[in-house]
Design a protein. Structure first.
Length: 378
């Protein structure tokens, strides 16, 4: 048997980036031989082995065949006759299709080292389009490595979008790639790739079932937030909430939130962040068209955000809006001041009133404040 270091570990070593994980491909090996050597077998779809001493992954060299839609619909073919080139050929990008033998010599059949030097993301073969998740991986690598996408690979990204196989991917898998890219220095690249190939519009507009009017607003402002120097003024929580708001990438998988919190310290309080996320989605038109909104809608909006008790959610929403829409005329400071006035509404002689009368008096007082605000800011 022969062992070769492959994938991201080789790429990162060439880029002089520290890589904790190492993956190896095993040539001329079998399941029985790997187990006999003390490796622990894991994985259901194809045999992957863990070295109990190092924790590194070892996989038997294999070929694959697409049998259905989605990124998991592959049939894997294992044989001792499978060559290293055949194994590398099934990989997504040339920069990830480089192997290194035990002596440190590189096996680079697809010129991945040259692409690393030129900072280019290029597909290995046309089989690239068989796995729709690769589109997000390209976008993520563009952000994390600050590489450009080769023109022919861009065409294949569009082919993936046109195949509509993105719609088969789970929210978790999309979110996973999304989260990995969020805190990179070149987050703009991530959204540029998704926008240029049409993936962003497809995911936000059709798969996520968001109102068309709001959707157009989101797609249009994605460039603004990605290119905004003010983007760095947001807290980590607000960054992720804001970006996830635009793609509406949320999941009911509790372990996802737990892992995301560990990695990026994103969701300090899942429930509160979920509420904020949903409020942003539902009320973006009110926030960005406040002066044209009817008083009763503003009243409902304030009530939904519970501004009479706590202004934290509203403040975070307004902060995000200010960063997304540069040079805006939404008067978010005035909105916040109005909310403070609403929060401080008091009714005289409350002891003489019934609960229903107090509630109605407070409502009337708030409506007067809102009416005055709208009239003063026409």
């Amino acid at each position: 048997m022969k062992f070769y270091l492959v994938g991201g570990a080789v790429r990162d070593k060439i880029l002089k980036i520290n890589s904790k994980d190492k993956d190896f491909v095993v040539l001329n090996g079998s399941i029985e031989e790997m187990i006999k050597l003390g490796f622990k077998q894991v994985g259901k779809s194809f045999p992957v082995f863990i070295d109990p001493k190092t924790g590194f992954e070892y996989a038997l060299a294999r070929k694959e065949k697409k049998i259905n839609k989605g990124h998991k619909s592959f049939e894997f073919i294992f044989s001792k006759d499978t060559t290293l080139i055949e194994d590398l050929c099934r990989r997504d990008l040339t920069i990830n299709a480089i192997a290194q033998d035990e002596s440190g010599r590189h096996i680079d059949p697809f010129n991945g080292i040259l692409d690393i030097k030129n900072k280019v993301l290029r597909h290995v073969s046309n089989a690239f389009i068989e796995d729709p998740l690769r589109l997000f991986r390209v976008a993520r690598f563009s952000a994390t490595l600050n590489f450009t996408v080769h023109a022919k690979t861009e065409l294949l990204l569009k082919d993936i979008v046109n195949s509509r196989e993105l719609l088969v991917l789970s929210k978790y898998r999309i979110s996973s790639e999304f989260i990995k890219a969020v805190n990179s220095r070149n987050i703009t690249n991530f959204f540029n790739v998704l926008t240029n190939c049409g993936a962003l519009h497809q995911l936000v507009g059709i798969h996520r079932k968001i109102n068309t009017k709001i959707n157009n607003n989101k797609v249009g402002t994605m460039h603004i937030i990605a290119n905004s120097y003010k983007y760095n003024l947001l807290t980590t929580d607000e960054k992720v909430i804001c970006l996830m708001f635009f793609l509406k990438l949320k999941t009911d998988n509790k372990s996802f939130y737990k892992d995301a919190h560990k990695k990026l310290i994103i969701f300090i309080n899942k429930k509160d962040n979920e509420v904020l996320l949903l409020n942003l989605i539902e009320n973006i038109q009110i926030l960005t068209n406040f002066l044209k909104t009817k008083p009763e809608e503003i009243f409902k909006f304030f009530k939904k955000l519970n501004v009479s008790r706590d202004l934290f959610q509203l403040k975070s929403c307004l902060n995000i809006i200010n960063v997304i829409f540069l040079n805006n005329n939404f008067r978010t400071d005035k909105i916040y001041n109005l909310a403070i006035s609403v929060k401080n509404v008091k009714i005289d002689k409350m002891l003489l009133l019934s609960p229903s009368e107090i509630k109605q008096r407070i409502k009337n007082e708030i409506f007067q404040l809102i009416d005055k605000y709208l009239n003063d800011n026409k």
